[in-house]
Design a binder for this molecule. Structure first.
Ligand SMILES: [Zn+2]
Length: 511
């Protein structure tokens, strides 16, 4: 039977027969034997390669910024469902775009607990990361075989691949809500895993991991010495994004050091919850904080504009609810999106479901209209917009207004000005929002003020770009309101960023 990739997944349930289940069991047993999976209790491997910053591209829908990974090491302990990974990146060689380029990253997961190490080497709870990290254990080379055998629901299909002109055996199974598929080569080694993971921006987002260059690593086990991963394939966004690529130089199985103890502060960390704390900044202007990403609500005569719909449905719905509490009986007509990075974009679907028009840079138009706001498969994590009938009526029907240099929202009571930020390496579509009456400037990812009168540890290039844009646009700013962090006065900004901007101003064109 020749069936093309894509159609098979929709019809696979109808294809299960006792014979196919038997066939799946024998393929899995052969793979288990070839890879030594059942005998692998833990694995430790190391190497080097490339890593990317998901959802942090410079161009909307562009490739994710890449950084050379000068070292990578990981351990997985299957019994305790725990894993650790540690990598160093060459920060100076990171491509433009977003993402925190820390020289060294150490991530952990153990069951429902996830954490990393902060700059001081102390454990920092990351409860929202546990699900993905556990999932990566499930789709690791030996983890896949263990999970497929344990599932009891594995099926096998012949799948024809145009690019190979070849028919390949594909094992599929479900683990909880996840559908996972794997392909095997003639030696019964797992060569490719394709699965889906929920993303607030992309919906059911494909994850693809290729395992090649299998070698004996002792104990009757083999391990792939080349691991290459993609994320972000989408029916309307052909071609996924490179995620990471690791050339393994050393791998060992059944290593005692793989067992991990959950630190006390991680075990006792509160469950993740959406917290909103608002404060009035000026007449008709409210800061909606309480989390890692803020919003700002601006009141007009007949409606409200909300600046930023960050993270996901939960965060943005909470910001919307707070806005209605602060400004009752007025619709949220506009939601301003500062730029396309996924942590700032994940709530625009909730904003559309609320009935708002999204206002963004014109560079975002195609990606937002054709992918983010288009009807998407969202079976893994349905959101507010996916429940609306109009979400299934096709691209172009949703409210999106874009601009190139500047735009104004307002009436006789108040004005909100939006300006494109020039000269930025963080994102090509960045805007800042300015309120001339209250002299408030709202920025994302450019400048987070220190406590009043304080200093920043270092002044980044984004703050200098903000400084130059304020001068270029001749904005009379009194207060900076960041999407990350707390408001601060312009006097501090001038004192802290001014001298750095003066030193770094390019010669010749006057900056
Ligand atoms: Zn950003």
């Amino acid at each position: 039977m020749k069936i093309r990739l894509g159609t098979l997944l929709l019809t696979s349930a109808a294809l299960i027969s006792p014979a196919a289940a038997q066939d799946a069991a024998s393929v899995l047993q052969a793979a288990d034997k070839a890879m030594g999976a059942s005998a692998v209790k833990s694995v430790a491997y190391s190497g080097a390669g490339t890593m990317r910053y998901p959802g942090q591209s410079y161009e909307p829908n562009g490739d994710w910024p890449r950084a050379p990974m000068t070292s990578y090491s990981a351990t997985i302990d299957y019994g305790s469902k725990s894993a650790k990974e540690e990598y160093a990146v060459d920060v100076a060689k990171k491509e433009r775009g977003g993402g925190l380029a820390a020289p060294r990253t150490t991530n952990f997961v153990s069951g429902n607990y996830a954490w990393n190490l902060n700059a001081q080497g102390q454990p920092n709870p990351q409860p929202t990361q546990a699900e993905l990290r556990e999932f990566i254990i499930t789709i690791s080379p030996h983890g896949f075989i263990k999970a497929a055998l344990a599932s009891g629901n594995a099926t096998i299909e012949d799948r024809y691949f145009n690019r190979l002109d070849q028919t390949v055996k594909v094992i599929g199974f479900t683990a909880g809500k996840y559908r996972i598929t794997g392909e095997f080569d003639k030696d019964n080694l797992l060569t490719r895993v394709v699965t889906w993971f929920p993303s607030p921006v992309m919906g059911d987002m494909a994850i693809e991991v290729r395992y090649t260059d299998w070698k004996d690593v002792g104990g009757g086990a083999k391990f792939p010495f080349h691991i290459h991963a993609h994320q972000g394939d989408h029916p309307l966004n052909t071609g996924g994004r490179n995620w990471f690529d690791i050339r393994v130089t050393d791998a060992k199985v059944n290593v005692p050091e793989a067992a991990i103890t959950v630190p006390e502060n991680v075990r006792n960390a509160p469950a993740p919850q959406v917290r909103v704390a608002s404060q009035k900044l000026a007449d008709g202007v409210w800061y909606i904080g309480g989390g890692s990403h803020n919003s700002v609500a601006v009141e007009f005569k007949d409606y409200v504009a909300l600046i930023e719909a960050p993270l996901d449905d939960a965060r943005t719905n909470a910001a919307i609810a707070e806005t209605h509490k602060l400004i009752p009986n007025k619709p949220i007509r506009y939601v301003v999106n500062t730029h396309h990075h996924w942590d700032h974009l994940g709530g625009i679907r909730a904003a559309v479901a609320e009935g708002a028009t999204i206002v963004a840079d014109d560079r975002d138009r195609d990606f937002y209209r054709n992918v983010v706001l288009a009807p998407q498969p969202r079976s893994l994590s349905p959101d507010r917009l996916s429940q609306f009938p109009f979400a299934a009526t096709g691209p172009g029907t949703l409210a999106l207004q874009t601009f190139t240099d500047r735009a104004t929202i307002g009436d006789e009571t108040r004005v909100l000005e939006l300006y494109h930020v020039e000269g930025l390496n963080h994102a090509t579509d960045m805007l800042v929002a300015y309120l001339p009456q209250s002299k408030i400037l709202v920025n994302a990812d450019l400048y987070s003020p220190p406590p009043a009168g304080g200093n920043l540890q270092n002044v980044g290039e984004n703050a200098v770009v903000l400084f130059n844009n304020i001068k270029r646009l001749k904005l009379d700013v009194a207060q900076h309101v960041p999407i990350h962090g707390n408001p601060g006065p312009q006097a501090d900004f001038e004192r802290i960023v001014g001298p750095v901007a003066a030193r770094s101003r390019p010669t010749g064109d006057g900056g």
